[in-house]
Design a protein around this ligand. Structure first.
Ligand SMILES: *Cc1c(COP(=O)(O)O)cnc(C)c1O
Length: 469
């Protein structure tokens, strides 16, 4: 064996202890760690001819790269929709690497870790109060979940015209209707050959809403003259967390033929809040649903789930089958994830979710969701009380979308304020565009965040505003 590999194998205990110690030290100081760094130090290492061994490599990492890490899973990282990492999820994630399964099948001679994935999918369905009619699987993020669901939707749409799109490709524009899709759905449509220019845009409701106007939806459907279509709906838009009307969409399913997809990347977790669960009423009737793990479930990146109705299993297999490899078996006979989603080889992505769901249960997750919603409310109250700031939309769930009072038309000014705020390293938020206005978003999804963090951020914001930045 190569000398460095041999030495590392014999020092495995020391390596694991060092890494575990370092992980612990980091997590213990995560509340104080900066949410931003100065990016002047661009990494530029060279490949060593003779390896350094893990311990020396760890020292290299610590001296050059570790300082670039920001507290992205810390309590005041409110940019995008960034979840934290629960202790159980970290444990599951570390063990995923240690056991290093290649998760495909539930039968056969070797690895049957897909059984753990299927069990985790059932736990999640229970948490989200969704029926067992959904087949689920883990992918890298909601982007890939949207991609997976829309790929099967595409196959369904082809089938309505007697075509097998997986085999024949797209030969004519295919109708996709949506109002406020997440950018990743648009990207998925581009990747899947729909062409993002062919999206049929449905109007949003009047009155500062991002949800679909149902009467415009029906007008657009009638214009299709009976052609089947795909409908992409939102359970939580990113700017203002608006929800489409799922009861009304479910009613349309009785009148028209369409594939109904819901992007519920984070909004699906609203089911855990008694005051908000009605937002999801009827969602179980969708054909496919996207849910993220690395957001409100608080598991590390890369983690998301797709749910697709089992009755579409044949379409799913014809979309993703890897059947040109005969040793992999008949895709219709054997359950094998590689015939059901984009990747072939995959890590046991479900394990962090399995750990965290078992460790905290429904009660733990109810706490996380209700706490995030409450914190968003508190931050909203602060924005409202501060004359130099203005809300761009009412807080509907866990995200506050706001701007500088009277300056929402001045993107440069808003950007300069946000940049100065982020540079404090106390908090991280992201900029957005909402109905032509320059806005700032604060999204609450991390279990670690408390009222104390809101107070700290208020202080930083007020200090900047008085300094007149
Ligand atoms: C975050 C998000 C996505 C994309 O998710 P990734 O996990 O970043 O791939 C899609 N849809 C919605 C509604 C989101 O919030």
């Amino acid at each position: 064996m190569n000398k460095q590999l041999q030495e590392d194998l014999s020092s495995l205990e020391k390596i694991m202890q060092l890494v575990s110690r370092q992980g612990l030290d980091y997590l213990k100081q995560i509340e104080e760690r900066h949410t931003s760094v100065n990016h002047e130090a661009v990494p530029g290492g060279r490949l060593p001819e003779k390896g350094l061994g893990t311990i020396e490599t760890l020292q290299q990492f610590n001296s050059r790269l570790e300082p670039l890490m920001v507290a992205a899973s810390g309590p005041r990282y409110w940019g995008f929709v960034t979840g934290g990492t629960t202790p159980a999820a970290i444990a599951g994630d570390w063990l995923t690497t240690v056991y290093d399964q290649n998760t495909q099948t539930i039968t056969g001679d070797g690895d049957i870790s897909a059984a753990i994935e299927l069990e985790t999918v059932r736990l999640l369905l229970e948490l989200l109060e969704l029926p067992d009619e959904f087949l689920g699987g883990f992918v890298t993020g909601a982007t890939m979940s949207n991609f997976t669901c829309l790929a099967v939707a595409r196959q369904w749409l082809g089938q309505q015209d007697g075509a097998d799109i997986a085999k024949e490709g797209i030969t004519q524009p295919l109708p996709v209707l949506t109002a406020t899709p997440h950018s990743s759905s648009v990207k998925s449509l581009a990747l899947l050959g729909f062409g993002s220019n062919h999206i049929i845009s449905v109007k949003t409701m009047e009155g500062n809403r991002e949800a679909m106007d149902m009467s415009d939806l029906e007008t657009k459907i009638l214009q299709l003259n009976g052609r089947p279509f795909i409908l992409i709906s939102s359970a939580g838009t990113v700017n203002t967390v608006d929800f489409d009307d799922f009861t009304a969409i479910a009613a349309l399913k009785k009148k028209y033929q369409f594939w109904w997809h819901i992007d519920a990347a984070f909004g699906g977790f609203a089911i855990l809040s008694d005051a908000h669960k009605q937002l999801l009423q009827g969602w179980e009737q969708a054909d496919s649903i996207t849910v993220d793990g690395h957001k409100w479930l608080n598991v590390p990146y890369e983690n998301a789930v797709f749910f697709i109705k089992r009755r579409h299993r044949l379409l799913q297999v014809s979309t993703f089958q890897n059947s040109n490899a005969p040793y992999l078996g008949d895709p219709l006979e054997q359950f094998n994830y590689l015939n059901l989603l984009p990747e072939n080889s995959r890590r046991l992505k479900a394990l962090p979710a399995w750990f965290t769901l078992n460790a905290y249960g429904r009660e733990g997750y109810r706490y996380i969701i209700e706490n995030s919603i409450q914190l968003a409310r508190n931050f909203e109250a602060f924005i409202e009380s501060c004359p130099q700031l203005q809300l761009l939309a009412p807080v509907r769930l866990n995200t506050v979308c706001f701007s500088l009072a009277g300056a929402a038309g001045d993107a440069g000014k808003v950007a300069a304020f946000l940049s100065a705020l982020n540079k404090t390293g106390e908090v991280f938020m992201t900029q957005t565009q909402y109905k032509g206005q320059a806005g700032i978003r604060a999204a609450f999804v991390n279990f670690r965040t408390t009222e104390k963090d809101i107070e700290r951020v208020k202080t930083s914001v007020l200090r900047l505003l008085t300094a007149g930045t």
